[in-house]
Design a protein around this ligand. Structure first.
Ligand code: K1U
Ligand code: ZN
Length: 167
């Protein structure tokens, strides 16, 4: 397994729309294993393939405290979204920035597993928020895009400065 490099906002590659997965092969399983290692090491509760510069529709989520409830969703589609919740979000691609975002409170998702088998999942609370956040990544959207243009500008300036200082 390997720890992959996570792209940081405002990297343009984070705005790539990921392609559907059509091949459920060993390379896909290896990518999922590497993404899991990367997510747990970060540490994070979710990770989309987009964030590690692989533009295929696969996301991981594990909101358990014990890191033993890994969910791998390939080609996820939200079938139903209900209610509204405003929660503080973070993002491994936007380090050190946390802000409130309004999303659906409960969702039903259809996805495929690493063998290509279809399944459906009901999620609520943090898991529902996390899956919506990761699907946004697959669609090329970063959570800061829900914030005001003023906040987005400040975040961009702060992260560019951090990146310059790290060079
Ligand atoms: O997509 C990502 O960048 C991962 C992100 C997922 C997420 C967090 C909160 C709300 C919505 C989506 C993170 O995991 S940020 C880190 C984080 O929230 C966390 C890290 C360790 C323990 C608990 C939470
Ligand atoms: Zn994120």
């Amino acid at each position: 397994m390997a720890i992959l490099k996570i792209l940081h906002y405002p990297d343009k590659r984070l705005h790539t729309v990921a392609a559907p997965v059509t091949l459920f092969d060993e390379a896909l399983r290896q990518l999922a294993a590497d993404m899991a290692e990367t997510m747990y090491a970060a540490p994070g509760i979710g990770l989309a393939a987009t964030q590690v510069d692989r533009h295929v529709r696969m996301l991981l989520a594990d909101v358990s405290e014990t890191h033993d409830d890994l969910k791998v969703l390939v080609n996820p589609v939200i079938l139903r979204a209900e209610g509204e919740a405003v929660r503080e979000e973070g993002c491994l691609s936007v380090p050190g920035i946390y802000d409130k975002v309004r999303r659906a409170e409960r969702i039903r998702v259809r996805a495929q597993d690493l063998s290509g088998a279809e399944f459906e999942l009901e999620a609520e609370g943090l898991l529902a928020v996390c899956i919506q956040h990761e699907i946004d990544h697959l669609d090329g959207k970063v959570f800061v895009e829900y914030l005001s243009p003023l906040k987005q500008g400040r975040i961009r300036t702060k992260l560019k400065k951090q990146q310059r200082e790290a060079m």
